[in-house]
Design a protein around this ligand. Structure first.
Ligand code: NAI
Length: 385
């Protein structure tokens, strides 16, 4: 397959997530880093882009210049990743979709539900791919969990329990540090802090693995550090359209927890447990039998799991490889469109703008329920009710 041309907005020098995208997109040789507007400081962005190997005329100063520069080129980029701060996602994603580019946007897709609905509609009308980077859904064994649930290994799913709890904002003395403070300020972060930052990863993973969508939820949101306006901890009870009961805990004050993304699924015939900090093992407990460890890369896994595993069993596989699986899915999706053929079903797993929209609706519902003492509220986006 010919290499696709890839561009990036944000992800400049020293950014948290830029390197994972560059590694993930380049890993399989499917995408070639061709254009970028990498930094909010134009000169720094141009210089860093060229340092990373971009041609001088495609290392842009800002995203508007990049859009104008790429739009009319015959060899324009096939996919652009938006990895800028949250408040800029909507405008950049909208403008690139409208100009006919496929987009992979970082989470959260937007700041409001209305903006996310607009993105879903624009992508649909323009017939462009708009993906959202719930990158952890790229892990091989997460995809295997989904396949096990789909083929009925667990029977009807009764309960899903998701967690994304870390302790990196637990220091009250550091709460005023500007790098931390903005996250809990409604003017900059919107209606939610910890749930919007981490909780939506866990909620998306629950939906992805079960292939069920959240319908309603009840949230207990608290600011354990009292000076914070937005929550640093939330416990969310939810219900799903396939009948599953959901429980989700997310926190940024859980001292001793590092990344803390875990998923447990309990069905009529068995239970599964997976944790991102040990991504190569999946624990499977069939009813009435012994606990079994499923290893990434072992024989007899699902096609979805095989397609998203690169190193042989027993070797470590890292987080950028999960992102690489999102890029690998997108490469297959873009090539299938170019060749006018159906795409490989084992690759048809990348998170969509619709998933980003559902997260925005869940964020709005968590904020509303949290303020109403945990009242149950509709968690579906208006356009999907
Ligand atoms: P960061 O603050 O470390 O880096 C942001 C980068 O974007 C900087 O290089 C900055 O100069 C650049 N930038 C800012 N405004 C820009 C603009 N208008 N045009 C071009 N470049 C601009 O932020 P971080 O942590 O890398 O987060 C970026 C996004 O990625 C956020 O939306 C965040 O929620 C998301 N993220 C997603 C993760 C995931 O697992 N999917 C993990 C971490 C972050």
């Amino acid at each position: 397959m010919a290499k696709l041309k890839w561009g990036m907005i944000g992800g400049g020098e020293g950014s948290q997530i830029g390197p994972a995208h560059r590694l993930g997109s380049g890993l399989d040789g499917l995408f070639e880093f061709t254009a970028g507007a990498l930094d909010h400081r134009p000169d720094a962005g141009r210089a860093y882009g060229q340092q990373l190997g971009l041609a001088a005329d495609r290392a842009y100063g800002d995203w508007q210049e990049m859009l104008a520069g790429e739009k009319n080129r015959d060899d324009r980029i096939d996919l652009v990743t938006v990895a800028t701060p949250n408040s800029t996602h909507f405008e950049i994603t909208k403008r690139f979709l409208e100009s006919g580019f496929h987009v992979l946007c970082e989470k959260p897709l937007t700041i409001t539900v209305e903006e996310a609905e607009e993105i879903v509609t624009i992508a649909k009308n323009a017939n462009r791919i708009c993906a959202v980077n719930y990158g952890y859904s790229g892990y091989s064994l997460v995809r295997h969990m989904r396949a096990m649930v789909a083929r009925g290994d667990l029977g009807k799913i009764r309960l899903v329990k998701a967690e994304f709890a870390h302790g990196h904002h637990a220091d009250a003395a550091d709460a005023d540090n500007p790098r931390v403070r903005w996250r809990y300020d409604p003017a900059q972060a919107g209606v939610s802090a910890q749930f919007a930052d981490c909780g939506i990863h866990a909620l998306h993973m629950a939906s992805f693995v079960l292939n069920q969508e959240v319908t309603r939820l009840s949230a207990d949101t608290v600011s354990c550090i009292e000076s914070r306006e937005l929550e640093d901890d939330a416990m969310v009870n939810f219900r799903m359209d396939g009948g599953a009961v959901g429980r989700l805990w997310t926190s940024s004050i859980a001292i001793g927890r590092q990344h803390g993304l875990t998923l447990q699924v309990f069905g009529e015939k068995g239970g599964l447990r997976w944790a991102q900090e040990q991504p190569n093992q999946l624990y499977w407990m069939p009813l009435g039998e012994r606990l079994q460890t499923i290893e990434r890369g072992e024989a007899g896994l699902s096609p979805e799991a095989d397609r998203s595993s690169r190193v042989t069993i027993g070797h470590a596989e890292g987080m950028p490889l999960a992102f690489a699986n999102i890029y690998s899915d997108l490469s297959e999706a873009i090539h299938a469109r170019k060749d006018n053929r159906p795409m490989d079903p084992a690759a048809n797993l990348y998170p969509r703008a619709e998933d980003g929209l559902r997260s925005m609706a869940a964020i709005a519902a968590v904020a509303k329920s949290g303020k109403a003492d945990g009242a149950w509220v509709d968690a579906r986006p208006p356009m999907f009710r």
